[in-house]
Ligand binder design. Structure first.
Ligand code: PMP
Length: 414
């Protein structure tokens, strides 16, 4: 009988992890992981999460009934304040529709379905159902938008020559897109490049969004994780929302900043111009959510909600987030220092230095190496990274950073 489905193409990142696991070399290093690891290379349960979890389990009044369709209201309202700010005028004016989602992926998906059903693409010159995404971006963005019939179109973002932002390419793309286009932006800690616009550049980008009537679809998977400062990492989103004239959609994930990868805690926030429009948006999001998942999962949302609403857990969480971001930043400094000062390793391409390692933000870094150099590091050095030389800084520790720097040095001299 014919197969029900053809075999899909294998994903390289999963193949990489499988190779790492099968490798018996004692100095092997996995720089492909998309999750935080402590300095011993182990997953880390945040102390704030441990405390909240214990309190929840001990609480006899917590039951296992369904949450409402839009999720735990204490969670959605406090997560909106986390991203938009406690004193956000948009929240006070009841212009933010917040729905609990299956982590950041679910938020992207719900947002994509919402746009596919309701965004008025007919007002765009050409009327194409498109979303502009950065080149490169998190691989799932393409799949998520394709699956709802919205075509992802690349906009220039990363400049391989400078190992930095292609700011003029980005602004030209914004200017030349039809008025009213939808652009996906990474709120902070761009995945996979670690390259973010500066605050000044965000202001200028917001000017273009305003004049072109574009919609900003923010994906925010790393708030607090990028710099250790939860407010600072929300700067881009808050700035766009403060303009009032830019339609803004925000996908929020607590996978990274609360280390709740497997609990699937996230939210979608849609900011409207008026309360009336907001009420319609929230009702439509509920209708979509009903047929997608009916009710979001409770446990992780309760954990996050407790952390956001209890003064002592909140301050513990802030220090947990600082600890993760701090360790990552210290690994950037260590790697940069080894390459620049100790080994005097020739920098990649025309970048002129290894400074991009310390300038890049968040969990990931693009080293700027060529695919054949990466291949040697993987095959001979047993250091696993994707072919584009993206490394997860969380995979570096004080115990392996010299070994990794040594291999980067070796392949950079040939
Ligand atoms: N967006 C970006 C840019 C990401 O890097 C990730 C995590 N890799 C996500 C969304 C979604 O992650 P999750 O569904 O685990 O929250």
């Amino acid at each position: 009988s014919p197969p029900l489905a053809p075999t899909p193409r294998p994903r390289s990142i999963f193949a990489l992890t499988a190779r790492f696991k099968a490798d018996s070399y004692d100095k092997k290093v996995n720089l492909g992981v998309g999750a935080y690891r402590d300095n011993a290379g182990k997953p880390w349960v945040l102390p704030s999460v441990k405390k909240a979890q214990a309190a929840l389990i001990a609480d006899e009044s917590v039951d296992h009934e369904y949450l409402s369709i839009t999720g735990l209201s204490e969670f959605t309202s406090s997560s909106a304040k986390l991203i938009l700010g406690r004193d956000s005028p948009a929240i006070a004016e009841k212009r933010v529709a917040s729905v609990q989602t299956i982590s950041g992926t679910g938020a992207n998906h719900l947002g994509a379905v919402f746009l596919s059903k309701f965004y008025d693409y007919s007002k765009l010159a050409g009327g194409k159902r498109q979303i502009y995404i950065s080149n490169p971006t998190w691989a799932n963005h393409k799949a998520i938008f394709n699956s709802v019939g919205i075509t992802p179109v690349d906009y220039p973002y990363y400049d391989a020559k400078t190992v930095g932002l292609d700011y003029s390419g980005l602004t030209q793309a914004l200017q030349s897109a039809p008025n009213g286009s939808v652009f996906l932006l990474h709120a902070c800690a761009h995945n996979p490049t670690g390259v973010d616009p500066t605050r000044e550049q965000w202001h200028q980008l917001a000017d273009i969004f305003e004049s072109k009537g574009h919609l900003a679809f923010f994906d925010c998977a790393y708030q607090g994780f990028a710099s250790g400062d939860l407010d600072g990492d929300a700067y881009s989103v808050r700035h766009f929302v403060s303009r009032k004239t830019i339609p803004v959609v925000i996908c929020q994930s607590f996978a990274k900043n609360a280390g709740l990868y497997g609990e699937r805690v996230g939210a979608l926030h849609v900011v409207s111009a008026t309360q009336e429009q907001n009420d319609a948006v929230l009702s439509q999001l509920s209708v979509i959510q009903r047929s997608e998942i009916s009710n979001p999962p409770a446990f992780g949302a309760r954990v996050v909600s407790m952390i956001l609403n209890d003064a002592s857990l909140w301050s513990q969480w802030q220090s947990d987030v600082k600890e993760m971001a701090g360790r990552i930043i210290s690994m950037r400094t260590a790697l940069h220092d080894l390459l620049t000062n100790r080994l005097k390793t020739p920098p990649p391409g025309q970048s002129g230095s290894w400074d991009h390692i310390v300038k890049q933000i968040g969990m990931f870094s693009y080293l700027g190496l060529k695919p054949e150099q990466v291949k040697r590091i993987v095959d001979e050095g047993h250091i696993y990274m994707t072919g584009n030389s993206r490394i997860s800084m969380a995979g570096l520790t004080t115990g392996n950073v010299e070994y990794v720097a040594g291999w980067i040095d070796r392949v950079s001299r040939e």
